[in-house]
Design a binder for this molecule. Sequence first.
Ligand code: GLA
Length: 363
Amino acid sequence: MDRISKNNLIQDYKIQFINRFNELPSIVSIAPGRVNIIGEHTDYNKGLAIPAAVNKWILTLASLRKDRIINVFSLNYKKTLRFSYDQSNLNGELWEKYVKASIYLIKEKYNVKKGFNILIGGNIPIGFGLSSSAALEVSIVSSIVKLFALNIDNYEILKICNLIENKILGIKSGFLDQYASIFSKKNQFLLIDFKNLNHEYFKSNIKNGCWILVNSMVERKLIFSDYNQRVLECSDAINFLNQKIKQKLNFNSINIEIIKEIKHNKIFYNRLLHIITENQRVFKMKKAILSGDLNLIGNLLNQSHDSLANNYNVSCNEIDFIIDISKKENGFLGGRIMGGGFGGCTINLIDKKYKKEFISNIK
Ligand code: GLA
């Protein structure tokens, strides 16, 4: 992958903005992609996760116009969208829908009246589980907030981005991706608690290990996957359990003993089992990263993969194959499917000594 710095990207895009719109942008808004170390499919169940930003970004550069026209140029898709402020047509290719929905929601909610020019681009690989679409939403929404000096904090930006997915695009996703894009800090891990919608930062004490992503090249579009079905299965499963035991438990008050009551319903039982154990792994992972315990981190990644593949059924043959061959490599400490599932990347912890060997063999 190309390694371009944030500043170089900003400089390059400024020139592109001038070439396209004959003026300097008045604001630049930048949002990173993310990896998720652990805590998968826990966000929409009010659980926990440990993501971290990556050094790949989506940038939105913008300037105000005097009329009510909105001009959007996408560097990645080499395409211009031009529409009037009063238009609320959200059709188009998926990326266009993201762009239009982001603009639409914020202008409706905050009664923004003027037009603007924006240029969007970035170097996050699209559709492989690094949350390029969340970064796209965050960077567009933040750019409009900056451009119109709207009095909105980061949590409001987070909620707007989540609405874009839930209400407009029909993806019932949680807050993980946008939260990580908005709140991540350099060289820190983020432990997010989705029940209270708050987070803490912590630093890694990992000495001789490195994180490596392996891209399965199976493109993952949540909207076309069974993602929404998993979301529904979880809420159905907890209702089913509550009916059975005549209680009103939520995802934070269930445990492995109690869900045995619905063991006969394999799907519901397995979904809840994943949620309970994955949240437990998040706490263990924080401790393991803080103490730099490479073997424990690796084991937790492997356990998470088993649970995602067998209890939650969000892996796929290609990813399972990559995990299987990775396990045979020297220096492989552990790995798992990352993100929404059904393709995308695996995230792996590798003993530093074997980094090159691992990369060339897996390639
Ligand atoms: C996708 C969704 C997130 C989260 C993950 C799975 O990335 O956008 O909200 O549910 O899948 O952990």
